[in-house]
Ligand binder design. Sequence first.
Ligand code: ATP
Ligand code: MG
Length: 412
Amino acid sequence: MRLSQSLTKPLRERPAEADSANAAYLIQGGFIDQLGAGIYNLLPFGWRVYRKVAQIIREEMDALGAQELNLAALHPTGPWKASGRWDDPEVRDVMYQFKDQRGKDYGLGFTHEEIAAQLAKPHIQSYRDLPQAFYQIQVKFRNEPRAKSGVLRGREFMMKDLYSFHADEADRDAYYDRVLKAYPKIFKRLGLDALTVEASGGVFTKYSHEFQVLAGSGEDTVHYTEDGSFAQNDEIFDEKNVPKDAKNLKKSSAIEVGNIFKLGKRFPEAAGVAFLDKQGNRQVPEMCSYGIGPTRCIGTVVETSHDDNGIIWPAAIAPFAVHIVALGDDADVTKAADKLYADLEQAGVEVLYDDRDESAGVKFNDADLVGIPQRVTVSKKTLEKQSAELKRRDGKKVELVELGTITKKLTS
Ligand code: ATP
Ligand code: MG
């Protein structure tokens, strides 16, 4: 992508209204813009990052044998009345509920347990139809009373939600354990170090597991030991539960990036899901749900991976792999940078090419802000040595590399 042709260019100023590092850098870098309180557009750079995050999650869901689908976001009341949640005051607090032009009630999905259970009903008739697992990566709506901290808490945001159905508790527990173990791997691939934390089951069950990334800007508080043997959300934490041999108990604020629940039979029962077991007896399946917030994950990466100049994207989710900076309007520089851009694109590398008529200072500042892992600078000076300067955004390495070998170096 030539930056001169990009829809968005990095903004000169940090947005004054930004209340967090992720809002400041994502808006200034041109990844997102704010349409309203807790409502953001994902712009081309932001959408690139989002697609990579979604793809990593998708690969791990597929590896769990789950099937991807897309559930409707606009919900008639039927499934919600059947579960009793339409009129639940806690639900009414967050769910957008409204009447259409003909006076009919609708809601916008803030989660999809009811819809998943209803959808499963005709497909789960016999023990042979179980287990089942399906997921979506889709928009959710929540009327968050305090929409804040950029994409960490939006009123419209993305969620990956996986639902599973099982013939018995043993099968449910085995699958839940697989997901429990897969989640930290997903976050690691996204560049996040997430603690697995015991938490309240909310309206569903006694306990659930949350995945929490330690960060000063987090709204949650977790108690944990360095060795990972104990971690609990402050909501359920009690000194008495801490194992006697737990060493160095710590307390930190943290961002919840995922949450998984064993839901029991409540939603399948309400939706009338039932199957015949091997003996021909009618049974209601066990259900679980497993969430991750891809947009919150993006915000969390920015919160935990930035410096005073901007974002430091992990390679796996960076909007581009390489940022070419061409300095000055010398014809040889333009020619060399154009060729490098063409060669890298040809080799399948995602490149942002700063070909604008801007000063070196502006271009370097923007490169730091946008946070692409590798920066390649071509100038009259580097061309004297038939080279370009290669610099990693994480600051670990600056080197002069011969023009002829750069593509190979960046693709090997
Ligand atoms: P919180 O306690 O932070 O409000 P939650 O426990 O209500 O979150 P879940 O219902 O567990 O959230 O949703 C699953 C995942 O969706 C969360 O772990 C989080 O990553 C993401 N998520 C939830 N609410 C939001 C939001 N308002 N904006 C962005 N992501 C969200
Ligand atoms: Mg949660």
